[in-house]
Design a protein around this ligand. Structure first.
Ligand SMILES: [Mg+2]
Length: 193
């Protein structure tokens, strides 16, 4: 089975220590109150992808925080990794937000069959062809990225080797959807559903 790795913060959720009425979950973690907003489509994409991939969460957050948020969202069925599994870098490269990498070979030796969705492109440092970038989300209720991404991932999972340049996936998804409306897809290795 192929593997899909989700980043957590600003990919699936936005968490803050500042109180907000928009929080979906208010959690007490290590003596702090954490206000968690869930990105539109996050639960739906998890539910849909569970049928297609072995799904994981890999966050640069502390494990106690990552596990609490995933439990609140009902995502305990995923394998959940936190900062302790990330690789710490000596310095912060230009495109990093944090001094951490997520080397996918720690999960699978078969890099043709694993992708990671992350808002921090630095996470793809080790495996650029496995990284699917997504816009950073900080609470916009109109955001639709995860709904569009669901479409892309459904197409992608048909490919025997999922490694490619994923940076243009939002535009490619529009093309794929239009092609489907106009006629059969070519060279996709399978239909969109
Ligand atoms: Mg993130």
């Amino acid at each position: 089975m192929k593997t899909l790795v989700f980043d957590l913060d600003e990919t699936l959720v936005f968490s803050s220590l500042e109180a907000t009425d928009d929080a979906d979950h208010v959690l007490s973690i290590a003596g702090q109150t954490v206000y968690v907003q869930v990105r539109p489509g996050a639960l739906a994409i998890a539910r849909t992808m569970r049928e297609l991939f072995a799904c994981r969460v890999w966050s640069t957050g502390q494990p106690i925080y990552v596990e609490a948020v995933c439990a609140a969202m009902g995502l305990e069925w995923m394998e959940i990794w936190g900062r302790d599994r990330c690789r710490r870098l000596d310095a912060i490269p230009e495109n990093h937000f944090e001094p951490y990498d997520k080397p996918l070979h720690l999960i699978s030796q078969d890099l043709a069959k694993i992708v990671i969705v992350d808002n921090a492109p630095g996470a793809f440092n080790c495996n650029p062809e496995n990284g699917i970038p997504i816009n950073t989300w900080r609470g916009d209720p109109e955001d639709r990225q995860l709904f569009h991404l669901t479409y892309y991932l459904r197409w992608l999972h048909h490919l025997p080797d999922m490694r490619r340049d994923h940076r243009a996936w939002p535009q490619e998804t529009v093309i794929l959807r239009n092609e489907r409306r106009c006629g059969p897809l070519k060279n996709t290795g399978g239909g969109l559903s």
